[in-house]
Design a protein around this ligand. Structure first.
Ligand SMILES: NC(=O)c1ccc[n+]([C@@H]2O[C@H](COP(=O)([O-])OP(=O)(O)OC[C@H]3O[C@@H](n4cnc5c(N)ncnc54)[C@H](O)[C@@H]3O)[C@@H](O)[C@H]2O)c1
Length: 337
């Protein structure tokens, strides 16, 4: 039986929600690259309201997307308006107030980072629990079919156990590295310890775009080093992990995924090598993740299916971020989790 569509309100109709109009190239790789695209076409959601203080964004919602209820702030919503689901894509500092004053019955989809401090993240979790809201946080790599294949099959067969890894990112620990912290946890399990290699003074106010170099330690003391580049020269988020059976590399933020497997060393007896000069590629199955995050949220609301990225998962990422900042402000102290 077809389920009733979930009445949905969207907070924050910025670039990501309305769809990077300046970047048509994205469409070539990602079928769905905005909340608007998913909400306007998803079988389980009925998108009928937008809240944004910016009048240009409100006009876009009214004229291009034909949204019936478009208001400047939450107080201006019609008195009897109650949504089933709220999507929150406004800046991280605004989320707590929105979630607190929100009239919503069933669920939330929140953008990352959830809030500006871990304290606020904890409060948001309490509010969601009190309001009994099923809450998905948009760590969309968890729903990507290739990542699921890597985790469930490829790892054991072709990669083996983690030996070490590297991640190059830019434009913020909280903004971008957080996705790869999540991916590393998804594939290799929980972080056991960490250390920031960047030192900041205790008084520094950290924003979403500050970069840090740091180490994450996994089971058996296997480490992944994260460090950063400046996207003004070129953009890349590169994740390179070395296993006991092979090496796996995510290039261009996952647009290309390649691996090198093990064979007898070409020049040294009694050793193996990785065929780094004969890499093979894995089909990345990109572009439907945003749609699938919504489907998973609807399945969880209708059928109690497990969320791929619930608040507990998001909180683990946010806690790691909080501890990296703490380490950076405490002389690069090693922190056990
Ligand atoms: N999951 C992902 O991969 C991904 C990708 C891009 C952005 N994001 C996240 O999405 C969020 C938005 O990013 P963006 O690039 O669209 O930013 P943006 O600045 O373009 O958009 C934010 C919008 O929120 C509006 N806004 C401000 N205060 C508000 C309030 N109190 N209520 C409602 N709306 C309010 C602003 O007017 C603006 O239109 C960020 O947290 C970002 O980290 C996530």
């Amino acid at each position: 039986m077809l389920k009733k569509k979930l009445k949905t309100i969207l907070f924050g109709f910025g670039n990501f929600a309305s769809g990077y109009p300046e970047d048509p190239k994205m469409k070539k790789y990602f079928k769905y690259c905005s909340h608007a695209q998913v909400l306007s076409s998803h079988k389980n959601f009925d998108w009928d309201a937008v809240v944004d203080p910016d009048s240009d964004k409100r006009n876009l919602a009214k004229k291009k997307w034909k949204i019936p209820i478009v208001v400047e702030n939450i107080k201006n919503l019609p008195k009897n308006y109650i949504a089933d689901v709220a999507v929150i894509s406004s800046p991280s500092k605004t989320r707590m107030n929105i979630i607190q004053s929100l009239n919503v019955k069933k669920g939330l989809l929140i953008e990352k980072p959830i809030a500006t401090t871990f304290e606020e993240v904890r409060k948001i979790k309490q509010i969601c629990r009190k309001k009994k809201l099923i809450t998905q946080v948009n760590f969309f790599r968890r729903v990507n079919k290739t990542n699921i294949f890597i985790k469930s099959k490829f790892l054991r067969r072709t990669f083996g156990d983690l030996q070490c890894g590297f991640c190059i990112y830019g434009k913020g620990l909280k903004n971008n590295a957080i996705h790869y912290i999540d991916l590393a946890r998804m594939i290799f399990g929980e972080v056991c310890y960490l250390r920031s290699l960047t030192k900041f003074s205790k008084s520094k106010k950290i924003n979403d775009y500050d970069n840090f170099s740091f180490l994450l330690g996994f089971k058996n003391n296997k480490e992944i080093l994260f460090t950063h580049i400046d996207f003004k020269f070129y953009r890349e988020i590169y994740f390179d992990v070395w296993g006991t059976k092979g090496r796996l590399e995510f290039l261009f933020e996952g647009i290309k995924i390649r691996y090198s497997s093990k064979k007898a060393h070409r020049a040294v007896n009694h050793f193996n090598e990785l065929e780094i000069d004969k890499v093979k590629y894995i089909n990345p199955q990109l572009g439907e993740e945003y749609y699938d995050m919504y489907t998973n949220l609807a399945d969880s609301i209708y059928n109690k299916k497990k969320l791929v990225s619930d608040l507990n998962n998001a909180m683990s990422n946010e806690y790691i971020i909080d501890r990296i900042i703490h380490s950076s402000k405490n002389n690069s102290k090693l922190i056990k989790l």
